[in-house]
Design a binder for this molecule. Structure first.
Ligand SMILES: C[S@@+](CC[C@H](N)C(=O)[O-])C[C@H]1O[C@@H](n2cnc3c(N)ncnc32)[C@H](O)[C@@H]1O
Length: 235
C-alpha cells in the first residue's frame, strides 16, 4: 500500500501532490453519491444477466505485477456497456465489417459485448494469465447462451507483441497501459496497414495518453465522447 502510494507520488511537486489529494477526496465523495451507486448497479447488471464474473476491480498488486510492470501497466476495471456502444454508434461502425481487438481484455466483458454486437472476429490480449483464465471461462458461459455465436480468442501476453490483422480493425483500449506501451501498440497497428488492413479505428476510454495518437502524423481524430477519444488511420 505504502509502496503503491510512493510510486504514485513519485517525483511530483507539493502542488501536484495537493491536486492528487483533492482528486482522491473528490473521488471518495463521488463514490458515495447516487451516480456512483447507479454505476455500481449497472456494473453488476452484466454479470447478473449472463452468469459471468466480470465486475469489480483488481489492483496491479492483486494481479501479481511487480514494481516495474506496475509502473507501466494499469489495474483491472471492467468497461460499462455504454463505453463500447456509444462510440461504435457515434463512429457509425458496422460491426459485421470489422475485426475487434480489446487491448488489455481483463475478464472479457468487452469481448462479450463485441461478440453480442456482431463484430466479425473478436480477440482479447491480456497480460495476466489469471485474468485470461477467468475471461475464457466467462466466454464459455456466454457462448453457451448464444448458440451459433463465434467464440472470442484470448491471447495471453504483452500487448506490444501482438500483430493485429484484418481488413478493417477496431482497437479498443480502456486505459490499459502507459504512453510508451501505447506508442509501441500504435506502431503495431500502423504495421497492420502494410499487410492487408485498410483502416484502423481506435476507441480509447479514459484516454490518459491519447496524445500518442493525437500527435501522430498519420492518425485523424474522430468523434470525442465524454471520457472517450477516437482516432482513425487509413491507407
Ligand atoms: C482497465 S482494465 C480493462 C479491462 C477490459 N478491457 C474492459 O474494458 O473491461 C486494463 C487491463 O489491461 C491489462 N494490461 C495492462 N497492461 C497490459 C499489457 N502490457 N498487455 C496486455 N494487457 C495489459 C490489465 O491486466 C487489465 O486487465
Amino acid at each position: 500500500m505504502l509502496k503503491s502510494l510512493l510510486r504514485r507520488i513519485g517525483n511530483r511537486s507539493p502542488v501536484e501532490i495537493g491536486h492528487l489529494a483533492i482528486k482522491n477526496v473528490r473521488h471518495a465523495i463521488a463514490a458515495l453519491g447516487p451516480e456512483a451507486r447507479a454505476a455500481r448497479a449497472a456494473d453488476l447488471a452484466f454479470d447478473r444477466r449472463w452468469g459471468t464474473d466480470t465486475s469489480g476491480g483488481l489492483s496491479t498488486r492483486e494481479l501479481g505485477y511487480g514494481d516495474d510492470l506496475a509502473e507501466r501497466c494499469r489495474r483491472y476495471d471492467p468497461s460499462s456497456e455504454a463505453m463500447l456502444r456509444a462510440p461504435v454508434s457515434a463512429l457509425g461502425l458496422d460491426p459485421a465489417e470489422h475485426a475487434f481487438i480489446d487491448y488489455g481484455a481483463g475478464k472479457g466483458r468487452v469481448l462479450m459485448m463485441a461478440m453480442e454486437m456482431g463484430f466479425r472476429h473478436v480477440v482479447g490480449i491480456e497480460l495476466s494469465e489469471h485474468l485470461c483464465e477467468i475471461a475464457k471461462s466467462n466466454i464459455a458461459t456466454f457462448v453457451a447462451q448464444h448458440p451459433g455465436m463465434d467464440q472470442a480468442e484470448i491471447v495471453a501476453g504483452d500487448a506490444t507483441a501482438y500483430r493485429p490483422s484484418g481488413r478493417s480493425i477496431v482497437a479498443y483500449f480502456y486505459n490499459p497501459f502507459d504512453a510508451s506501451i501505447m506508442a509501441e501498440v500504435r506502431t503495431r497497428l500502423e504495421e497492420a496497414l502494410g499487410v492487408g488492413a485498410e483502416a484502423v479505428t481506435v476507441i480509447y476510454a479514459n484516454p490518459e495518453h491519447d496524445a500518442v495518437f493525437r500527435d501522430a502524423p498519420r492518425w485523424a481524430a474522430g468523434p470525442l465522447l465524454p471520457g472517450i477519444s477516437t482516432f482513425r488511420l487509413t491507407t
